[in-house]
Design a binder for this molecule. Sequence first.
Ligand SMILES: Cc1cc2nc3c(=O)[nH]c(=O)nc-3n(C[C@H](O)[C@H](O)[C@H](O)COP(=O)(O)O)c2cc1C
Length: 414
Amino acid sequence: MKRVDDFRLRFGKQELVPIIIGGMGVDISSAELALEAARLGGVGHISDAMLPTVSDRRYDTDFVKVKLTQYKYNLTNSDKTDIKFDLGQVAESTRLHVGNTMEAKRGSGMIFVNVMEKLTMNAPKETLKVRLHAALSAGIDGITLAAGLHLGSFAMMEDHPRFRDAKLGIIVSSLRALQLFLRKNSRTNRLPDYIVVEGPLAGGHLGFGMDWAKYDLLTITQEIIEYLKAEKLDIPIVPAGGIFTGSDATAFLEMGAAAVQVATRFTVAKECGLPGDVQQEYFKASESDIVVNGVSPTGYPMRMLKSSPAIGSGIRPGCESYGYLLDSEGKCSYIEAYNREVALHPDEKKIQVFDKTCLCTHMRNFKMWTCGHYTYRLKDTTRKLADGNYQLLSAEHVFKDYQFSTDNKVALPE
Ligand SMILES: Cc1cc2nc3c(=O)[nH]c(=O)nc-3n(C[C@H](O)[C@H](O)[C@H](O)COP(=O)(O)O)c2cc1C
């Protein structure tokens, strides 16, 4: 019987364990988690979401304070068009996080950065270009383009000296999205080095509508593998979303996938960026505690625990400090929802907003508990302690369980 370790992900001459830990913003897929994946011979992701605040927390910078001081005058103004990012600050925070992580890298694996196009930052093109270039300059092994179609992102990197040397990948959720990308990108004469095919059971934002349950990862992966074969395009395919055991992963590798991307099982690893009390919420969740809803201002459905403190929270929009979801006209649907509720309840000190959430502030504070569909199975991957909590796992334990397990078994920790 085959297991994941019988396969290898190949990039040219380099061979890796075919396990990629997916990007989880904001600093949930921490440097520590990504470094473990690389040390064990696989691929880890850091995320470039909200790096100025991540940098403040990790490297003692004061990027958010500086931004807030600059825009304090606007705090009670519902028009956020003034709020712009200092591109130097964005570049510096990327350089710090990517540079420090790459410097700490050991082992034969790789570290990629997850870059979401939907973080439009009130100047989508300018800010994305700076983020991509800064990550390449700081020595990242690869960039995974996420949350968006990224039809112009490769072209933005064309003039960087590492454009052809760094690994560049995309995340798609349908053959149609892939075809569109390949068509628009053909001008750069550079194919993606890998394609993550993300199905509807993933965590974070979904590349589907609210009818996500009609789709399945296996069918989409098969369609994409057949299409690439017919087009004679040899690009590694990496399915993601709901691959919970080593046997699930092996089944995809046997059908021709080059690797798998997994995330949910690592949310309860010690190296993961989630606070310990939130990790216990993930362990304790049952299937009915997990929802896909439309509260994210990005417009994409998002999967999360129903008990996320972000749901219903009516905090003042945090754009003066953050502002990552402001579109090219300085708008965000949470601001509209918030203003509507304030107008409806003029005398209330604490208002509630249920249709949208302030994603920047809540992701930054770990109050938006986004998770994969199979989060309710996490309790079966560890031991329950006498105090009713569950034992956290090491990233190495989870990684090796994917790598070596068979028969749909999950190894419990020592
Ligand atoms: C907590 C959490 C946060 C996530 N955040 C992101 C993100 O910021 N960007 C992204 O492209 N994918 C994100 N994802 C998706 C993962 O990278 C991955 O592709 C997917 O969850 C794999 O499915 P699995 O969790 O069932 O293993 C997130 C997933 C989880 C569980």
